[in-house]
Design a protein around this ligand. Structure first.
Ligand code: AMP
Length: 428
């Protein structure tokens, strides 16, 4: 390629709403993943990974055709084989499909499952809202709808947030009833909003016919005003849903979980029944995650009845909360010892020394591409290394190496054979 042709090439930018996680942010991501895994292990959630691509129909049927996710936010495409596929916008539908497809009910009830990874939604990017984002996802699938499971998923979520030292978390909880009691409430809600139709935003006027519960979730100021007088579901719960919800709250009381009843809380996915919840924290105006019970999803996807409950926490939102609250997680990496060489022969043999250290479980940093001793010593200093190992021509011939204490500057020559042992003694 000629120089001028090269100059014309435009830089390729990342896709809107998609983000790189740069090395500096990796320790925090790692900490969050580790925390989620520790909580999952403790409460006996087994890891499951489902594909990033599924048939679009899975989400259309599972999440609901009238939801924002399915209506507007799925990354949809047709393959060369004319299959209609979607990038996963959430975990639950894929996990439910896998549960049915692999007969996971055989593993016993309840089955507790944990997943984490990227999801995709074609949204308008803004703070806390991206087109590729990540979730920590916990599900309990059972053969009954025991409210203890609802409390247990909320507790797992709360423990993750607490372990990450996020301050003043609060769980908003509601019950949106079941197929027996919700239709009557839906009718009342529709009647209420029909009386005020001219005050609704355009989206809500349309949703009123298809999905009236979603009106409670509208962020438009005029719709929020109207919500204040709207009928609430908990006044219309059937006796089973009423008792179920009462027990959920009692279990949360028992463990002193920081919950608050929010009678207007609904969630953006159609599969939810009974309990729904969202977790918020001080200093941010979005929810860190949410979830609820989904007792009919398995049947909707062609499986046997298997009531379930779960939550998904947004990793990016957890990170933004940690940053907004200035949480100190003590993530500074421990400085490694620094291996310095002088001359080509020593440089070559450093490769063997590094492997020797690896076998002995000693972490070493180096900069074998740099020749100057001064540069290498500066790098060791900058890295905060407690010890530097200096390996020159003389040492290479004598099978020895210099250990330099970077704080005091004191140096000692030791035989290479005894290097690991000498380092370990100094580092205790
Ligand atoms: P949902 O799957 O819609 O119930 O969302 C659960 C959680 O996932 C939310 O509370 C957020 O923390 C996170 N989340 C959902 N959508 C996005 C998005 N577009 N960008 C970043 N985080 C998201």
């Amino acid at each position: 390629m000629t120089k001028t042709a090269k100059a014309k090439l435009q830089q390729i930018q990342s896709v809107k709403g998609m983000h790189d996680t740069l090395p500096a942010d990796q320790p925090l991501w790692e900490k969050i993943r580790k925390t989620a895994k520790t909580v999952a292990d403790f409460y006996n959630f087994k890891r499951i990974d489902v594909p990033l691509l599924e048939r679009a129909e899975l989400y259309e049927r599972g999440i609901g055709a009238d939801t924002d996710i399915v209506e507007k936010q799925m990354f949809l495409f047709s393959t060369r084989g004319k299959e209609r596929l979607a990038l996963r916008p959430e975990f639950t539908a894929g996990i439910a499909r896998a549960f049915i497809e692999h007969g996971l009910s055989q593993l016993g009830s309840p089955l507790k499952l944990f997943s984490e990874g990227p999801l995709f939604r074609y949204e308008q990017p803004q703070a806390g809202r991206y087109r590729q984002f990540h979730q920590l996802n916990f599900e309990i699938i059972s053969n009954d709808d025991d409210p203890i499971y609802d409390a247990q998923v909320m507790i797992a979520f709360w423990r993750i947030v607490e372990s990450l030292k996020i301050k003043n978390a609060s769980i908003a909880v509601n019950s949106i009833g079941c197929k027996n009691c919700r239709p009557a409430y839906r009718k009342q809600l529709t009647a209420y909003y029909k009386d005020h139709k001219d005050q609704l935003c355009e989206d809500c006027r349309r949703r009123l016919e298809t999905n009236p519960l979603r009106l409670l979730d509208c962020k438009e100021e005029k719709c929020r005003e109207l919500k204040k007088e709207a009928p609430i579901m908990i006044d219309h719960l059937c006796s089973h849903c009423h008792d179920h919800f009462k027990l959920v709250l009692e279990y949360l009381e028992e463990i002193k979980a920081p919950y608050a009843l929010d009678p207007y809380l609904v969630r953006g996915l159609d599969y939810y029944t009974k309990t729904v919840f969202e977790l918020t924290a001080e200093g941010v105006d979005f929810s860190l995650g949410g979830g609820g019970r989904y007792d009919y999803l398995m049947e909707l996807l062609g499986g046997k009845n298997a009531p379930a409950v779960g939550f998904a926490a947004g990793v990016e939102r957890i990170i933004e909360t940690i940053k907004a609250q200035n949480v100190n997680l003590g993530l500074k990496e421990k400085a490694k010892i620094f291996l310095i060489y002088i001359g080509d022969l020593a440089k070559k043999r450093c490769l063997t020394i590094i492997e020797d250290m690896r076998r002995n479980g000693i972490d070493v940093a180096e900069s074998l591409g740099k020749e100057s001793l001064k540069t290498q010593l500066n790098l060791a200093d900058k890295a905060g290394s407690p010890l530097a190992l200096i390996f020159g021509q003389k040492e290479a011939f004598e099978d020895s190496i210099i250990i330099r204490d970077m704080t005091t500057g004191a140096q000692e020559t030791v035989p290479l054979k005894k290097l690991a042992e000498s380092i370990k003694r100094r580092l205790v």
